[in-house]
Design a binder for this molecule. Sequence first.
Ligand SMILES: Nc1ncnc2c1ncn2[C@@H]1O[C@H](COP(=O)(O)OP(=O)(O)O)[C@@H](O)[C@H]1O
Ligand SMILES: CC(C)(COP(=O)(O)O)[C@@H](O)C(=O)NCCC(=O)O
Length: 266
Amino acid sequence: MILLIDSGNSRIKIGWSLNKNGCIHREPHVKIFDNLNIRSLGQWLSCLPKKPNHALGVNVAGKHRENVIENELNNINCKIEWIVAQTRTSILINEYKNPNQLGADRWAAMLGIVEKQKKIHPPLIVASFGTTTTIDIISPNNIFIGGIILPGSFMMRQSLTNGTANLPMSSGESIDLPLDTINSINSGVSSAQSGALARQCIITFKKYNEFPIIYVTGGLWLELEKETRQLINEIAFKSRSEKKTEIIYENRPVLDGLAIISRNYN
Ligand SMILES: Nc1ncnc2c1ncn2[C@@H]1O[C@H](COP(=O)(O)OP(=O)(O)O)[C@@H](O)[C@H]1O
Ligand SMILES: CC(C)(COP(=O)(O)O)[C@@H](O)C(=O)NCCC(=O)O
């Protein structure tokens, strides 16, 4: 058993891959630990019925977090290898100016998505709505050609509260014409998030003359889903895209990417 660890800025997601009849595949179950409750990781590891041989992980939450996870794994004699973004693999090329600077979670998620594609596919967008929002574009010939980073919707709401005297912390969906503070904030945050995705779709469409398949993930997708689907459908219609827009939710693409890498470890 190989543990697969996605250590994000808010939560740690842990999956595992198993070798079944010589074929490595990721089990669908995932264990999630909140940043504030990281010590419970040790308890969970010590109770595992089967001890992992080793672990593969991505960590974008800093060195301290890396050390804490390593210590907990050491207690059960499990070594971890931290994955960083590569210049290329057999399925994906990374055009970041400094390829290692690309977040390892973004890289792993893109690997997970590209692996699922048929040989011929439209351009792809991989959008993650977590602590931050990242929106990455992959060409039809599997080159990561660029991406954007913006504050996640929770962080946007926090910054409005922390940076002003009058704005409260809010939660909730957007409406078209807000006439009170809470709805104005909800709609502002949601339009920034869905608008960023729409912008990247338009850029992709202009470049390839084909509408991308959009893969979405992250803990905050649900609250953005309705507004985002509406907006993307509208721009697809205006772009006269022949095919129906596809927005596909992926539960754990980062762990899928790690599972692919883990095939080299057996
Ligand atoms: N059930 C949940 N538990 C914890 N956080 C959640 C939950 N649902 C949504 N969230 C939100 O999702 C965000 C974390 O999403 P996630 O994709 O795990 O991010 P990251 O990979 O950056 O840690 C947080 O901002 C949090 O507010
Ligand atoms: C952009 C990120 C902060 C996203 O982290 P997350 O919201 O998933 O916790 C992370 O991928 C990161 O630290 N990236 C390094 C910089 C870059 O990708 O260019």
